[in-house]
Design a protein around this ligand. Structure first.
Ligand code: ZN
Length: 245
């Protein structure tokens, strides 16, 4: 089975539409942050709902947009964008975000999904010690996570030594599960990549072949930027899309 893993779409409709084009998959899983930063929160939520994900968890921006928390830890730009988003969400889409499950979520024998680390939906997995500790907080062979917007495959044997890999475009990473190997995998960000590549990013897990393929899709960045600017959102949110950071 091929499962498309989407994370951190952030209200970027053009990027989401581009990544879905021409891909073959049977199921979709979403790691949260459907909204925040981008100018099309309702359209993105509508499209995600149409995809009918087999598994989805909320992200920290979804949580604030839905009014579950205040976003006191957000920087001024993120806060301005999330207030803008709150004022535009339809009631139905606000309810949808409000009711999204909190990760980590186990959705079959081999896969867990989370927004941030499996300990805390708002924790970034950047440092080695956080990655090491994360392996203690899920039981399945694979845990997908997002939040950092950086595609990454971290392997670990018995939760000790780490093998960190930064995948390239279209790279297929083998995920053998022998020798107690387990994986923390970030599929990258659909709507606001931060690995210096502005193209939308996602990953497809092939459960039969035990491999994951990274996909990048060029999209109309200037259209997404124009929507951000004409919405009156901070210019910085438009500028960064072109830089991929
Ligand atoms: Zn995010």
């Amino acid at each position: 089975m091929r499962i498309l893993i989407l994370s951190d779409i952030h209200g970027n409709l053009e990027a989401l539409q581009a990544i879905l084009l021409g891909l073959e998959y049977q199921q979709v899983a979403v790691l949260g942050d459907l909204v925040g930063y981008g100018a099309n929160p309702n359209e993105v939520i509508d499209l995600v709902r149409q995809l009918n994900p087999i598994a989805i968890v909320r992200g920290n921006h979804d949580k604030v947009a839905a009014g579950i928390s205040e976003g006191l830890d957000f920087n001024a730009t993120a806060l301005e964008a999330i207030r803008w988003t709150q004022n535009r969400l339809t009631e139905s889409n606000r309810d949808y975000l409000h009711d999204l499950p909190v990760g980590p979520m186990v959705f079959n024998d081999s896969i867990t999904i989370a927004h941030g680390s499996p300990m805390d939906e708002e924790e970034y997995i950047f440092q080695e010690w956080i990655a090491l500790r994360s392996f203690q907080y899920f039981q399945t062979p694979i845990c997908f996570y997002g939040h950092s917007h950086v595609p990454m495959v971290i392997g670990s044997c018995g939760g000790s030594d780490l093998q960190v890999h930064l995948p390239k475009e279209s790279e297929i990473c083998r995920l053998p599960q022998e020798n107690n190997l387990r994986y923390l995998i970030n599929p990258g960000s659909v709507g606001q990549p931060r690995d210096n590549d502005p193209r939308a990013c996602a990953a497809i897990l092939d459960t039969d072949a035990e491999e994951i393929r990274y996909v990048r899709a060029a999209y109309d960045v200037s259209a997404a930027q124009e929507r951000i600017r004409s919405a009156g959102l901070p210019d910085y949110l438009a500028d960064r899309l072109a830089l991929g950071r």
